[in-house]
Design a protein around this ligand. Structure first.
Ligand SMILES: Nc1ncnc2c1ncn2[C@@H]1O[C@H](COP(=O)(O)OP(=O)(O)OP(=O)(O)O)[C@@H](O)[C@H]1O
Ligand SMILES: [Mg+2]
Length: 261
């Protein structure tokens, strides 16, 4: 791979499903890019195709037409050049946290001792060392999300996809986990594309935000979040934040066919 491999570019991507009854068009002509080290949000109504889109980028699904590029390299069907945090955390309940986190390395063929060492180092940075021998059911929601993210970060890919990473957390845990995630993102400088329903979350975390239409999903708006970093949770009361929130709400409302007046 070439030097600028951690940039993600999607060009005119479309995806449909053939079901026994009909053909469902899910995504139409999606154009999107995430620069190296950028944190980009994708927001859109339920069922518009956000998860299908991330599945296409990750290689879990194959797209019909269009291009997915990592740097200058087209992603070949079925090849995985990205780490992907699924909409449910994907931790295996019968494996301890340490075994869950090191799983992708084991699958890649890294020997167990080495995989464990790397996982332990990362768990320390994610504040989970004390809990490495616990099972997922013994951790809080915030800890589970941190463990799932640790696993995503352990894989040596520069591009990370996250599908609603904080949506199942209660309001307070969500705020602290988002703040913590920003610290991790700034530390590792990965290129991140994440999906969310939560407008506040998109503004608080992202450098840029794409808005998707109802199905068949297409990009209907794009906003740059010029709120300076580091961002603290109280940024949501600033006029800059509120004005961007209004614009996003407008875009989503129009898109749903509501009268915005
Ligand atoms: N394997 C499949 N076969 C047929 N249709 C599918 C398949 N997978 C997804 N779909 C359809 O694609 C559409 C988009 O689904 P997707 O899960 O991407 O939505 P989403 O935007 O992630 O929604 P949510 O915000 O609720 O998670 C839905 O109408 C869904 O029924
Ligand atoms: Mg989804």
């Amino acid at each position: 791979m070439k030097k600028n491999e951690s940039k993600l570019i999607i060009r005119v991507l479309s995806k449909s499903f053939n079901t026994p009854d009909n053909n469902i068009q899910v995504l139409t002509n999606i154009n999107l890019h995430v620069e190296k080290g950028e944190l980009v949000a994708l927001i859109g109504p339920s069922g518009c195709g956000k998860t299908v889109f991330l599945d296409c980028i990750s290689g879990l699904l194959t797209h019909d037409t269009g291009e997915i590029l990592v740097g200058d390299n087209a992603i070949n069907k079925g090849k995985h050049f990205v780490s992907y945090l699924l909409q449910n955390d994907g931790l295996l309940p019968w494996r301890r946290i340490i075994d869950n986190v090191m799983l992708p390395l084991e699958i890649k063929g890294v020997d167990k001792k080495n995989a464990k060492k790397r996982a332990q180092k990362l768990l320390k940075q994610f504040g989970l060392s004390e809990f490495e021998k616990y099972y997922p059911s013994q951790l809080s929601g915030g800890m589970i999300q941190r463990a799932a993210l640790a696993r995503t970060y352990l894989v040596d890919n520069d591009i990370i996809l996250m599908d609603e990473p904080f949506s199942r957390l209660d309001a307070l845990t969500k705020l602290t986990t988002q703040q913590w995630f920003l610290y991790i993102w700034e530390k590792y400088k990965k290129t991140v594309l994440f999906v969310t329903h939560d407008i506040d979350e998109a503004i608080f975390l992202a450098d840029r935000i794409y808005v998707m239409s109802v199905r068949p999903g297409r990009i209907i708006a794009e906003y740059t979040v010029s709120i300076p970093r580091p961002r603290k949770n109280d940024v949501s009361t600033t006029s800059q934040f509120i004005s961007l929130k209004k614009k996003l709400l407008e875009a989503l409302k129009k898109n749903r066919g509501f009268n915005s007046d």
